[in-house]
Ligand binder design. Structure first.
Ligand code: GDP
Length: 454
């Protein structure tokens, strides 16, 4: 028998509506202790997917008017009996309602516990549960679409298809190895390597789209570098000006590190250490270069800014040389001024060159298109299966390594038994991905990142 959990599922702030969710064997019984329907209808007699209007009471005193919605197991989010109260969205009233539910026998839900129960009751696999978090945190249209697809099982289906190939192969190999006397048809060599190669290329496809997927969901660590006065702060303002509402500042602990997040089209740029950018105005020039070097080391995308109204300086060249081998874009700024810069040196280092005038907000589209093309988000098909977390990626990397082992064993003419061991290891990795064979620690880790009430 499951305990009955309750939590406020809407944000901890005043709002038009506030939802309290209750799930567990006693959800309806506990809800009926604090809720009185206006029609006199007993909640226990309410069918699933039905709602009724009534009064929430604590110790016989009316707390709020609310709509009570009943879901009956297994046809609910968690797979258990679920009751949802849609209350007026005042936090005080919601907290009183929650307290009344605890007094009536519910216990506080842990972070992600509703979704964890959905997973444990087979309503969702682990990738679909992770998609719930992605939907909540999605900041752009593509990210939201991708999350919705994952929630709909796009990744699960793809992984199942791949695993079916591998499991079919395993079953055949095992039967052949274990029952040599039976008349089991031996798989042709071509079939074995073809199955393994097909599975591998499907997994490769998932891995190759991972970085682009991360760029629209988690964001890319981005460094804006350049010597003082080239227009880094102005560029920052141009970027954040377009999406000011989502700009966030996170104060660091050890020193005054600021991280701002801006959205460029569908790509999220995590602009770390922007405090440094604003400081360079007053600092000696060499610090600009040192700072650029440090920032470049941590960045996955570099926007190197140059001043088109001045000739390339040694400092510019030093910064350019740090960009070698990095995913970088040369941003030639101040194109509204008379040009003195010779771009050839820059183009020798990177073919990604964008001309802008940050001050005039000119060149935003060009910058957006170049960033999207460089990160591959312009061609990302959000309708196809995508890996969205590091955990998922790690499982796929492991599966690929096992398949490579199997292919190598096969090519070296090792026994089919040995090949089978590696194929089996790939299957295990993929079952871990979907959660069918994930350890408790992995499951706990996934749900620990959820919010309470989800
Ligand atoms: P930072 O030191 O690299 O952060 O440079 P700032 O963003 O502080 O810019 C330095 C100076 O250049 C400021 O006076 C800006 O107004 C100016 N500036 C920045 N971008 C442009 C531009 O596109 N055109 C022109 N004409 N001036 C610019």
């Amino acid at each position: 028998m499951s305990t009955t959990i309750a939590a406020i599922s809407t944000p901890q702030a005043a709002g038009g509506l506030g939802v309290i969710r209750i799930s567990g064997d006693d959800a309806i019984l506990i809800a009926s202790k604090v809720f009185r329907s206006k029609t006199g209808l007993e909640l226990s007699r309410l069918q699933g997917y039905r709602a009724t209007l009534g009064i929430i009471e604590e110790n016989g005193e009316a707390v709020d008017e609310a709509v009570c919605l009943v879901f009956r197991a297994p046809r609910s989010y968690t797979g258990e009996d679920v009751v949802e109260f849609s209350c007026h969205g005042g936090l005080f009233v919601l907290q009183r309602t929650l307290r009344a539910l605890f007094n009536a026998g519910a216990v506080p839900a842990q972070p992600g516990e509703f979704t964890k129960r959905a997973f444990l009751n087979g309503k969702k696999d682990l990738t679909e549960a992770e998609a719930v978090m992605s939907i909540i945190s999605a900041q752009g249209e593509q990210a939201a679409k991708a999350a919705l697809n994952a929630l709909d099982g796009a990744l699960s289906k793809k992984i199942k298809e791949i695993n079916d190939i591998l499991i079919g192969l395993c079953a055949h190999l095992s039967a052949w190895v274990d029952y040599p006397d039976e008349e089991i048809e031996e798989l042709a060599d071509g079939d074995i390597s073809e199955s393994l190669s097909t599975a591998r290329s499907e997994l490769d496809g998932l891995l190759s789209r991972f970085d682009a997927g991360q760029a629209i969901t988690e964001g890319v660590n981005t460094a804006i570098v350049g010597r003082p006065n080239v227009g880094k702060s102005t560029l920052m303002n141009m970027l954040s000006g377009y999406n000011r509402s989502i700009v966030t500042s996170v104060a660091g602990t050890t020193r005054d590190v600021v991280e701002e997040t801006v959205r460029l089209g569908d790509v999220i740029l995590r602009l770390a250490d922007t405090a440094g950018i604003h400081e360079t105005d007053d600092t000696v020039e060499s610090i600009g270069v040192d700072m650029a070097k440090q920032k470049l080391e941590r960045a996955d995308l570099v926007l190197a800014v140059f001043d088109s109204s001045q000739e390339l300086t040694d400092e510019d060249e030093a910064i350019l040389s740090y960009c070698k081998g990095k995913r970088s874009i040369a941003v030639i700024n101040k194109t509204d001024l008379e040009r003195c810069l010779d771009e050839n040196k820059i183009r020798q280092i990177t073919k990604n060159v964008v001309e802008i005038s940050a001050k005039n907000n000119d060149g935003y589209e060009k910058l957006k298109n170049t960033v999207e093309a460089l990160l591959g988000t312009d061609e990302l098909d959000t309708a196809s299966a995508m890996l969205t977390t590091e955990r998922q990626r790690a499982s796929v990397v492991k599966a690929v390594a096992c398949i490579d082992e199997a292919l190598a064993a096969f090519k070296m003419g090792m026994t089919l038994d040995a090949v089978n061991v590696s194929v089996d290891c790939a299957v295990e990795a993929l079952l871990e991905l979907t959660g069918q064979k994930a350890s408790e620690a992995i499951v706990d880790e996934v749900f620990s990142r959820f919010c309470v009430g989800k």
